[in-house]
Design a protein around this ligand. Structure first.
Ligand SMILES: [Zn+2]
Length: 106
């Protein structure tokens, strides 16, 4: 198991897990609360782990592009506004970062 990402909240962690799995990389979300020594971090901090250590670099590279927005990987993906909270979401995401609401059909 290797940790590939510290998420700010569970919704982000699950988006990232789904993204990795869509690339065939098995991933799990774990709360990091029991790790200790994380006193200044938000209480709902979650981390995304991959089960196959040998794919760490691949996962890391994919995530870097993913988090940058990597428009090339998502041709034609237009941004959208969350109907739940009004947050502006980048086109590659299928759910709201803020409240977890699913993207409405176009
Ligand atoms: Zn929202």
């Amino acid at each position: 198991m290797k940790k590939v990402h510290n998420a700010r909240h569970g919704a982000e962690a699950h988006l990232i897990r789904g993204f990795l799995e869509s690339h065939g990389i098995e991933a799990v979300v774990r709360g990091d609360l029991l790790a200790g020594g994380w006193g200044e971090l938000p209480v709902d901090l979650c981390a995304v782990w991959i089960s196959d250590d040998s794919r760490f670099e691949e996962a890391d590279r994919l995530l870097r592009d993913f988090l940058k927005g990597a428009p090339a990987q998502f041709p034609g993906a237009a941004g959208w506004s969350c109907p739940g909270c009004g947050e502006a979401i980048e086109g590659q995401f299928t759910a709201c970062w803020q409240c977890g609401r699913q993207r409405p059909p176009a």
